[in-house]
Write a protein of this length. Structure first.
Length: 402
């Protein structure tokens, strides 16, 4: 059969797609010249909340939301109950993944017991089962503890994914310490609380030989520190998130959907992040998908929980506001969302997503498959509608039944 659908992929994925179409008749409906097949995206930073907080999200709802967004692999952070700081605790999450995940879900193990930064987690026994180690949600405050876990992770050939935050430098726990905070008489989170721990962790990575990945970079200083570290040959990579590339503190409204950690920064910071994704300093775009209940996000900036839902909006937002505006190419976006995350974390390429890149829709959180409804992108018009996602020999999500 003549192939009409456009396959935007490398040769390996091209063969994968051709083989899938030849063996699965249900895919033939997607042989449409208005459609484009993209590699399955990979998000190395999501929160699926199960076990412990399933009222916010579950493995089932989170992985369905990921598929809806074009993802075929995600890595789940360890701020759960129980925290996966031992093999026994990790098995609770692994059972949920085995039972309910519709795509590949790779768990993180915690760096420290209970993510408290005081005692090292059982890294060795978890190593065969986790994608990397992180205390995401908490910066490891003790330099000696961070040095110890980095040495251990290096000996186990595992990445440390670091949430970088110096508690003593935070200044507040709501929004960026900038113009909006001053105008509204609110405490702000300083940029230094991020970049000073980025600086320390890069130094420790060089000292210990640990492979370091910096989570959700949001400041211009962090970008420059990573850039300089790469020039020195230090094994460091980093990610940022879509909201930091699109918005700044100038866009803030007193609604919970604008509250996340790190917070939205300045226009100067946003421009530095854009330059970072253009020149290769920033390796991945991750969503930091962090769903909460509607009630937890309904208390304004001061009272709402930190975090927004991101899996179902990431590609259309980035395609519309970065690719279509010629800030980056579609190829570069695929590197940031599919190829580089998999390469860095040794995740095999699997599956593809079928998109209509020309269709325009409005983002409405009521359409999300995630339990999380808080998004700063609410009501924005975007291009790029996901029609179907195929992985492991089957369609795991499709826009409509045929």
């Amino acid at each position: 059969m003549e192939r009409k659908v456009h396959i935007y992929a490398d040769e390996t994925l091209q063969r994968y797609v051709e083989n899938a179409f030849s063996h699965d008749p249900s895919l033939h409906v997607y042989n449409d010249p208005s459609l484009t097949i993209l590699p399955g995206f990979c998000d190395v930073h999501v929160h699926f909340r199960e076990p412990g907080f399933s009222y916010k999200e579950t493995i089932r709802t989170g992985s369905l939301a990921a598929a809806h967004g074009g993802y075929t692999a995600v890595c789940t952070m360890p701020n759960l109950n129980p925290v996966p700081d031992s093999l026994e605790h990790l098995q609770e999450e692994m059972k949920c993944i085995a039972k309910d995940a519709v795509i590949d879900v790779y768990p993180y193990g915690a760096l420290t017991r209970g993510e408290k930064g005081e005692a090292m987690a059982d890294l060795r026994e978890m190593t065969p089962y986790v994608i990397a180690f992180s205390d995401d949600g908490h910066g490891v405050q003790s330099e000696e503890m961070m040095r110890s876990v980095m040495k251990k992770a290096a000996s186990l050939h595992k990445i440390v994914a670091a949430h970088c935050e110096v508690n003593a430098l935070l200044g507040g726990s709501c929004i960026h310490d900038g113009a909006y905070a001053r105008a509204h008489g609110m405490k702000g989170i300083s940029s230094a609380s991020e970049y000073e721990e980025v600086r320390r962790n890069i130094r420790l990575a060089e000292e210990t030989g640990c492979s370091l990945h910096i989570c959700h970079v949001s400041t211009k200083e962090s970008v420059q520190l990573v850039r300089e570290a790469k020039r020195k040959g230090i094994d460091v990579t980093c990610e940022t998130a879509p909201h930091y590339l699109i918005f700044t503190e100038n866009d803030l409204q007193d609604e919970g959907r604008w509250k996340m950690n790190p917070p939205l920064r300045t226009e100067e910071d946003r421009k530095a992040l854009i330059q970072g994704i253009q020149d290769g300093t920033i390796d991945c775009i991750a969503t930091d998908h962090a769903p909460h209940s509607i009630e937890e996000k309904s208390r304004g900036l001061k009272g709402s929980a930190m975090g927004v839902a991101g899996l179902e909006t990431a590609f259309p937002i980035l395609y519309t506001y970065l690719v279509k505006k010629n800030i980056i190419s579609l190829r570069r976006l695929m590197e940031l969302m599919a190829y580089h995350p998999r390469s860095r974390f040794h995740i095999p390429m699997e599956g593809f997503a079928v998109f209509n890149l020309n269709e325009t829709v409005q983002i409405h959180s009521e359409d999300f498959l995630s339990k999380g409804r808080a998004t700063p992108f609410e009501n924005m018009s975007v291009n790029g509608v996901c029609e179907a996602v195929y992985t492991k020999g089957k369609i795991v999500w499709q826009k409509k039944k045929y």
